[in-house]
Structures are given as structure tokens and as C-alpha cells.
Design a protein around this ligand. Sequence first.
Ligand code: F6R
Length: 241
Amino acid sequence: MEIIIFDTAQQLDEYGANYFVNTVKQKPNAVLGLATGSTPIGIYEKIAEKYKQGEVSFSGVTTYNLDEYAGLSPLNDQSYSYYMNHHLFSHIDIDLKNTNLPDGNASDLQAECKRYDAMLQTQPIDVQLLGLGHNGHIGFNEPDESLNGGTHLVELKRETREANARFFSSLDEVPTHALTMGVGSILKANTIVLAVRGADKADIVKQALTGPITTKVPASLLQTHPRVIVLLDREAGRWLA
Ligand code: F6R
């Protein structure tokens, strides 16, 4: 595991963006695993800038997102589908047909999970971007006695809904369930880039990266992966020696 601590959030974003841009330059038909939440926004902005400067084309790229809320239409501005279009896809030349998120609005959510997994089987992810939840979740794989390998429907913990309530007008509006790639699928990615910012994540960063490997801290399973790059700002990395 390579851990890089940056002085500023801008440096973290620049490094993260360059990592993805260089991946695509070396492999124009790369398969990228993407995340939502507040952490990747700066990385996506810098990727879009680099595209506008003519540094890279995403026309051959395929993307898979980690997760999507259950019950929100892609047109809902809180859906992750909307987020991806807003923060990244509408700013680059990616073919929207090659962008994939679990369909949280599918009539049969279990069948949707199977469909998503089947697609992931055929297109292994080259680089997967992850953020980190305060409780150690990655994607929406919440701490539990055991974890699911593949894409599945999950009931969100109250703390996760509370953390995400900042994007909604009230806690009641935050969906109770989501579809998420499983930890098994995440660990199949060739390379994983975990980006974390802020003093409020410093404790969980230390637990996930240096504590016991346990399903109670889903991100701790990243310790078992051979190619993980961790990007931290000073605050998030403050408890690491
Ligand atoms: C988002 C996701 C989540 C977030 C995590 C951190 O697709 O899968 O695991 O990465 O909740 O969210 P932020 O970046 O908002 O702190």
C-alpha cells in the first residue's frame, strides 16, 4: 500500500486527476471505477480541465460507478447518476453509453444487482476510485459481521444517512437503501485509489490502514489488495506516523 500525504487538497486533487488521466493516456479503452460524494469533486474538476486543455480523450473509456441510491430516478438531482453527469460526464467526451451505474429505480433490484455484476465480469476495472465513510464504509458496504462479495441491496446505517443529509433538504429525504458494488468486486480492480480528506476522517483512516482487517471496518480489507494508492490531505493523515 502506497500512502501519500499532501499539504493541500489541491495537490491531492491534482495527483488523483493525473493518475486517472495518465491511465487513460496509456490505455485509451481503460475501464474506470468511479465514486461520488464530496471527496472526488475536485479530482473530477481537474480531470475536466485536463480534457479541455486537450491532454486526454475519454472517447474509448468505460466507467462503472460504485453505487446508487434505491428509489431515485437518474433525473433526481440527488441521484448519483445526476451527480456523475453534473461533475464529470458532461464535461468530457465520454460516450454516455459506456457509463454505468446500478439502476436504483429498477423494478427488480435483485435482478439489477445480478445484471451489474455480470457486466463487471466482462469488463474488469483497471483503476477504482474510492472515498471513505466515517464508519469505514467503501461504496455503501457498511460495517457488519460479514460482507457481500458482489453487487447487492443494502440498508444504509443511520450515521451514513446523517452524513449524506447535507446534500438533501432533510434527513427524511435521504433514501434508506442503496445498491452497491460489493467488497469482492472492489478488490478485483487492478489498482485502487483511495482518497480521503479532513480531520474528521483521521481516526478511521488510521483504523482502516493500520488496524486489524475486519468486516467491522470494510476499508480495512483494502490491506489485502496488492495495488492500493492512498491519497490523504494532512488532516486525514494526522494520526499516521
Ligand atoms: C460514494 C461512496 C461512499 C463515499 C463515502 C465518503 O460513491 O461510495 O463510500 O465515498 O461515503 O463520502 P464523502 O466523500 O462525501 O465524505
